[in-house]
Design a protein around this ligand. Structure first.
Ligand code: ADP
Length: 642
């Protein structure tokens, strides 16, 4: 912060953009963005936000308006100087704000996002989802000058940049001090951007992109002033007066997004509590969806006045993908943010809005399953949080969840799964893991596959948490296939003929299996909880499972990653008695009476290799990679007769 007394000593300062901004500017400058005109939307959007913010601050500090309560956004093209000026009398920025807001990207997770863009080398596409905001001016201008005076402060400041790595900030020159408050942005337009000096073109852009902005956008043409937009809150207008394009443009504005929304809900509730809402579900996943510091997507207005975009109470966290506004008549305008925290009116609105949104999702899920699948792909993992967070909506939510499964292409609902359950099956089988493909390849599924039993494939971290909370669906409990206590003996093999006889007799277990189990128990006694014959394996020799009362293996890995626990439970090693390798090991043990010392060492190596293999398949780390490599080498050498 600059102290008053320091003012005289401050002259121009040269500063560098944060590295991410420089990269962003490179992308902006080099991308052949097809519609450069959106820079104007971004600037008008910022100007209208700045007016909203001042209007709110003035509710408690009326002198911030210093007698000028009329908000306005002003455009002035000047062909002679080849400049376009956009000004507003909103809240403005001081020196620190300018450096912070126009020198860095404050939005959380942005740095990570920028790296992602670079890695994928598809900046131009992804940047569209992200919205470049203010920095989009450098698509059309090679020099930008921003002069600001923050409402209630004495000093004005000027920020200047050509968008090439550096910017300067200095006290505003005396001839720009006519700015009583707010911001004035002067764009020196590039040669190929002269069209933005043409009043007709500007009028058209404002009409297209910014008609919904609730603050008048005025253009000066000679000595004429002309308002270009409707300047009324779009959510208060009747649906029939709003075109699809206008709805979409409002979404772009309110969500800082560029996609076409997947769903829109425009509603007005007139009951005990009166409110209107215009909400959207994006078509692409916002990049900070899982970032705890993300912005809230739904803005709260009271009687058309913006109150906050930081209200956690407005929609539940599991609907945090929603974007838009809610405007109510039933809160006091001067309500403080603290009072919002547990306000009964907000709680009622949240409950009603949640119901409304879930209801719309349900309609989509039933009538347009393919479209719903796209939504699910983006936001299913978020919606599932509601299953344990919001018991009041659990029933509706269990109807909305979708899963990949071993039986069908695409997604299934729980009801559909239950309808497909064969007679005799009383549990809903599922498997959890880190990603869909790994889960699909898991050896734990083999026995279920062989008997034609459907297993739901779950790969979102949240799955570990809602399943215990929900516990049952239509009186069927959920059962993990990676745990003990799964009994498949009652199910006939998939290929079974009419009379239930298997077409092909499976390989019988070798006689020495019991001896092998005993040997493995002894050899691995400190590393596993137990060794058992498996029913769930057909193709693989071994797998690990969690014992019935123990923590699921995938959950334990998740908790370890997040440092919630550091202990590890011992697992049960299951062996497949019909597998060739297990059979030959068993036979080897049977005949071992005649074998020597060396043979014992080789069997022990095999025991550890089997365990490590099961760990790898499970996605766990091998605790002693050097020993693993040594054993593997020995065995391969022996195999090649080295
Ligand atoms: P976004 O609007 O998405 O936050 P921008 O890059 O467009 O990103 O703007 C960054 C920040 O600069 C804004 O969040 C706001 O705080 C500030 N800002 C931009 N334009 C103005 C303006 N006209 N008046 C006041 N503050 C502004």
């Amino acid at each position: 912060m600059v102290e008053e007394g320091d003012m005289d000593s401050i002259s121009e300062e040269k500063l560098s953009f944060q590295a991410e901004v420089s990269r962003l500017l490179d992308i902006v400058a080099n991308s052949l963005y097809s519609n450069k005109e959106i820079f104007l939307r971004e600037l008008i959007s910022n100007a209208s936000d700045a007016c909203d913010r001042l209007r709110y601050a003035a509710l408690t500090e009326p002198n911030l308006l210093s007698g000028d309560p009329g908000f306005k956004i002003h455009l002035k093209p000047d062909a002679k100087s080849r400049t376009l000026t956009i000004s507003d009398n909103g809240i403005g920025m001081n020196r620190d704000d300018l450096i912070e807001n126009l020198g860095t990207i404050a939005r959380s997770g942005t740095a990570a996002f920028m790296r992602q863009i670079e890695d994928k080398g598809e900046g131009a596409n992804l940047i569209g989802q992200f919205g470049v905001g203010f920095y989009s001016v450098f698509m059309v201008a090679d020099r930008v000058e921003v002069t600001c005076r923050k409402a209630g402060e004495d000093h004005a400041w000027t920020w200047i940049s050509d968008g090439k790595g550096e910017f300067t900030v200095a006290p505003a020159s005396p001839d720009s001090l006519d700015l009583a408050r707010g911001s004035r942005i002067v764009l020196s337009l590039k040669k190929d951007a002269a069209e933005y000096l043409d009043p007709a073109r500007l009028r058209n852009i404002v009409k297209t992109y910014s008609d919904h902005v609730a603050i008048p956008v005025v253009m000066t043409e000679g000595d004429k002033e002309d308002t270009l937009n409707s300047a009324s809150a779009i959510w208060m207008r009747s649906k029939s007066d709003i075109t699809d394009v206008q709805y979409t443009e409002f979404y772009h504005h309110v969500a800082h997004a560029m996609d076409d929304p997947w769903l829109r809900l425009h509603f007005k509730a007139e009951g005990v509590i009166e409110y209107s809402g215009l909400l959207y579900v994006p078509a692409v996943q916002p990049f900070d969806l899982f970032n705890p510091e993300r912005r809230h997507g739904v803005k709260l207005y009271v009687k058309r006045i913006f109150i906050t975009d930081d209200c956690a109470e407005l929609v539940p966290p599991y609907l945090r993908f929603l974007r838009g506004v809610i405007d109510t008549e039933d809160l006091a305008l001067n309500i403080s943010r603290e009072m919002l925290q547990s306000h009964p009116v907000l709680a009622k609105i949240r409950g009603a809005v949640t119901k409304r949104v879930l209801n719309e999702l349900k309609k989509k899920a039933e009538k347009k399953p393919e479209e719903y699948a796209a939504f699910w792909d983006n936001f299913g993992a978020v919606l599932k949080e509601g299953l344990y967070e919001d018991a009041s909506q659990r029933e509706t939510l269990t109807g909305l969840v979708r899963f990949a499964s071993t039986k069908i292409e695409g997604l299934t609902s729980l009801s559909e799964y239950v309808e497909r359950m064969p007679e005799g099956q009383s549990e809903i089988y599922y498997i959890t893991g880190d990603d869909a493909d790994a889960v699909r390849r898991s050896p734990h599924l083999e026995g279920f596959e062989a008997k034609g039993i459907e297993v739901l494939l779950l790969s979102d971290p949240v799955d570990e948490f809602w399943i215990p909370a929900v516990a049952t669906f239509k009186d069927k409990s959920f059962k993990s296939v990676t745990r003990g206590g799964v009994d498949l003996s009652g199910f006939a093999a998939k290929d079974a003929g009419e009379d239930g006889d298997a077409k092909q007799e499976p390989e019988a277990a070798a006689p020495g299996t019991d001896a092998l189990v005993a040997f493995l128990k002894l050899a691995l006694k400190d590393a596993v909880k137990d060794v058992r014959r498996s029913e769930r394996l057909t193709g693989s020799p071994v797998c690990l499972i969690a014992d019935e009362g123990d923590m699921d293996m995938h959950l334990e890995r998740l908790l370890k990653q997040h440092r919630q626990i550091d202990m590890a439970s011992k697992r049960v090693l299951e062996i497949n008695p019909k597998h060739n390798l297990i059979r030959s090991l068993s036979q080897r043990l049977e005949t071992k009476g005649t074998a020597g010392e060396g043979d014992n060492a080789a069997l022990e190596d095999a025991a550890w290799l089997l365990l490590d293999q099961a760990r790898i398949l499970e996605g766990e780390a091998v605790p002693d990679p050097a020993a693993f490599a040594r054993r593997l080498t020995t065995i391969v050498e022996r195999g090649f007769g080295a």
